[in-house]
Design a protein around this ligand. Structure first.
Ligand code: SPV
Ligand code: MG
Length: 287
């Protein structure tokens, strides 16, 4: 029995159809995304830190984020894009990060142009950006560090998160493309899609654009594709569903004193065995 094998993220993007990505923090979430038909999994810094009840504030180390991403990739037949925050420090940290992620079988990483330590984009607080030139240096360092042509570096600008204009976001994104990024990610905390849509309208298409429609949820994927985005990351809906579902489940048990009311709405143990591929493992006893 072999582990699943995943195509590279680059090859998935190269198909030319919009790439649908779901956020996860462990292999279980990742495989549920794969089974639902997603094309890739986002190893979300928000999810991975929340899974340990820690803030998404560069508190966990690179090694801890890498372990989470690698555990997902090992279980999946679709590629993981690792959310690597700021690259965990300066150019040197970025190079170490690329070496380690690539060696672990991760085919795509994303770095954002904020200062280290960073804070989650929706948390308010300090969202100061690194200078464009310094971030371009990180991109160049990352691209020089990769061993294979397959490895894919997404450069994420937090210009809009920082309250800067679409002009600035575009200026930065073009500089990041010029520095060698394989794709750019434009993040926004606006309740409307307008600023991301404007970015896409004015983007010349020199690199694929990645978007994260968390705060502007009512943009249908077909319309996002028409607007020119290549990759859509549903970054934290799985985590939020987990929180709601576990809360409801545990409250129900406490309220009712038994689990009868729940049985219809929770997965049978058999389904869990399926996700564990238990039958395949048991078959190994008699090979
Ligand atoms: C994440 O999922 O960790 C992200 C997206 O980086 S966000 O939380 O919106 O910043
Ligand atoms: Mg993140």
């Amino acid at each position: 029995m072999q582990r699943p094998q995943s195509p590279s993220f680059r090859s998935v993007v190269a198909k030319g159809e919009i790439v649908r990505v779901a956020g996860a923090h462990d292999a279980l979430g990742g495989i549920l995304a794969e089974q639902a038909g997603f094309d890739a999994v986002w190893s979300s810094s928000l999810e991975v830190s929340a899974a340990r009840c820690l803030p998404d504030a560069s508190v966990l180390t690179m090694t801890e984020y890498l372990e989470a991403a690698a555990n997902m990739q090992k279980a999946l037949g679709i590629p993981v894009i690792a959310d690597c925050d700021t690259g965990y420090g300066n150019n040197l940290n970025v190079v170490h990060m690329v070496h380690e992620y690539e060696a672990a079988g991760i085919t795509a990483v994303c770095m954002e142009d904020k200062l280290f330590p960073k804070l989650n984009s929706f948390a308010g607080g300090d969202q100061t950006l690194l200078s464009t030139e310094e971030f371009c240096g990180k991109i160049r360092a990352a691209k020089k560090a990769q061993r294979t042509d397959e490895f894919f570096v997404v450069a994420r600008t937090e210009a809009l998160i920082n309250g800067l204009s679409v002009d600035v976001a575009l200026e930065r994104a073009y500089a990041y493309a010029e520095a060698g990024a394989d794709a750019v990610l434009i993040h926004s905390k606006s309740k409307e899609k307008d600023e991301v849509e404007e970015f896409l309208n004015r983007w010349d298409g020199c690199r694929p654009v990645v978007i994260v429609p968390t705060t502007y949820p009512n943009w249908h994927i077909d319309d996002i594709a028409k607007a020119g985005a290549s990759v859509v990351i549903y970054a934290n809906q799985g985590l939020r569903a987990t929180v709601s579902s576990l809360r409801k489940t545990f409250e129900s048990i406490r309220r009712h004193g038994d689990t009868t009311a729940l049985e219809e709405s929770i997965a049978p143990v058999k389904e869990v065995f399926g996700l564990q591929k238990l039958k395949d493992w048991q078959a190994l006893e008699t090979v």
